[in-house]
Design a protein. Structure first.
Ligand code: CTP
Length: 379
């Protein structure tokens, strides 16, 4: 394994030269960046581990700097460079599933506290040396995920979810003992908010369905890959991809479990709509004209409409999402007021009826026809 490749990849990053020019305590690039470069993959964020205070180093680089004193960490954002600096630490878990208590330590102590051996590789910047704890290189070569010790999933059960995510993303096998430990680990000690955090990371993966299916039972999800694919194909550009997938897999989950995850109001609302997706699909298919399709789908988030489409109303969902929901009147309330209609519910009702006629092709195009319709008797 050639550590110089990691240094070269770092120097090729925007702002990489500034990172390599840092002076101070011993610094190493660590984790996913090293793993991915050595695998020939495109690395994502740059993580640095520092034997000493990270604040001063972060300020040396400059840009937008955020400090997280309690976590001995700083984040730098500068001209396309996203850099996470953490002080080398040892960790103690006050009880299973809790956030660890951290205290400064050496780089050598820091590496084996991590989740999997292949995530614990580091390259020190001053001498371009690879720092690899026991078995890390062997596991990287074998494309294998392995925890460092038997308590790993007890200390931090979110690693069970990370295991599924890395295994799917990297195409790595899971070491036998690690798989057994993961299957025995309980998520009960972890807060819902942390589980939701890991779930969101999974949803952001290029292909989230495989890791979601791996943890479906634990997270009380129903993962139907073909349904997810159909919903994504129907989802319009303004749909949030991760939310479409979340709602597709969580729509049958028990409400009290979903509540415990402390999801955002928007996530919860879209899942709640998706719970009714079979009924929405039936109502959409039963609609005899565009205005009735609007009645069925108008207040439904686009992500949930895509799921209803995937459940049997694909033509209707496509028509609503691609065309009908964008149909607006050219006239507004002001036009009716100017024509003498008094303010009040009557005005809204006239506009609503005119829009229905427009959707159903019952009036000619243009303002004049809309106005005539809105003002006409029986409107
Ligand atoms: N880590 C861990 N246990 C966790 C979360 C993170 O040991 N529950 C460690 C990982 O081993 C990693 C580092 O903390 O080395 C940073 O985690 P993260 O930012 O999630 O991983 P990256 O390496 O930045 O990203 P990637 O997803 O590409 O691996």
């Amino acid at each position: 394994m050639e550590p110089q490749l990691v240094i070269d990849a770092l120097s090729a990053r925007p702002g990489g030269a500034a990172v390599l020019a840092l002076r101070g305590p011993r610094i190493a690039v660590v984790g996913g960046f090293v793993r991915d470069v050595l695998l020939g993959r495109d690395p994502r964020e740059v993580d640095l581990v520092v034997e000493g205070d990270v604040r001063a180093l972060a300020e040396q680089i400059g840009g937008n700097v955020t400090h997280h004193a309690a976590f001995l960490a700083s984040h730098v954002s500068r001209d396309g460079l996203e850099l996470e600096l953490t002080q080398a630490r040892r960790e103690r878990y006050p009880h299973p599933g809790a956030l660890p208590l951290v205290e400064p330590a050496s780089l050598e102590e820091d590496l084996p506290r991590r989740d999997f051996t292949v995530n614990a590789l580091a390259v020190t910047l001053d001498d371009a040396q690879l720092r690899a704890p026991d078995r890390a290189l062997e596991d990287l070569g074998a494309r294998r995920l392995r925890v460092f010790h038997d308590r790993s999933f007890i200390d931090d059960p979110t690693r069970v979810l990370r295991l599924a995510r890395y295994s799917a993303r990297l195409g790595f096998v899971v070491d036998h003992n690690t798989a057994r430990l993961a299957s025995e680990a309980s998520l009960d000690t972890v807060s819902g908010a942390r589980i939701a955090g890991e779930l969101r990371l999974m949803l952001e993966e290029p292909d989230p369905v495989v890791p979601l299916a791996t943890v479906a039972t634990r997270l009380q999800l129903s993962v139907d890959p073909s349904l997810v694919a159909r919903a994504l194909a129907l989802a319009p550009a303004d749909a949030e991809r991760s939310l479409t997938i979340l709602a597709a897999v969580a729509r049958e989950a028990p409400a009290d479990w979903l509540d415990s995850l402390e999801l955002t109001a928007r996530e919860r609302a879209v899942i709640r709509s998706a719970e009714h997706a079979p009924l929405l699909a039936a109502a959409a298919v039963a609609a005899r004209r565009p205005s009735e399709l609007r009645d069925a789908l108008r207040d439904v988030p686009v992500e949930a409409v895509a799921i209803a489409g995937a459940l049997g109303a694909s033509e209707e969902a496509r028509r609503w999402l691609g065309e009908l929901r964008h149909v607006k009147l050219e006239i507004g309330g002001d036009d009716l007021l100017a024509a003498g209609v008094p303010a009040g519910p009557e005005l809204g009702a006239r506009l609503e009826r005119t829009l229905r006629r427009k959707l159903d092709g019952e009036i000619a195009a243009g303002r004049e026809a809309e106005l005539a319709s809105a003002l006409g008797s029986g409107a």
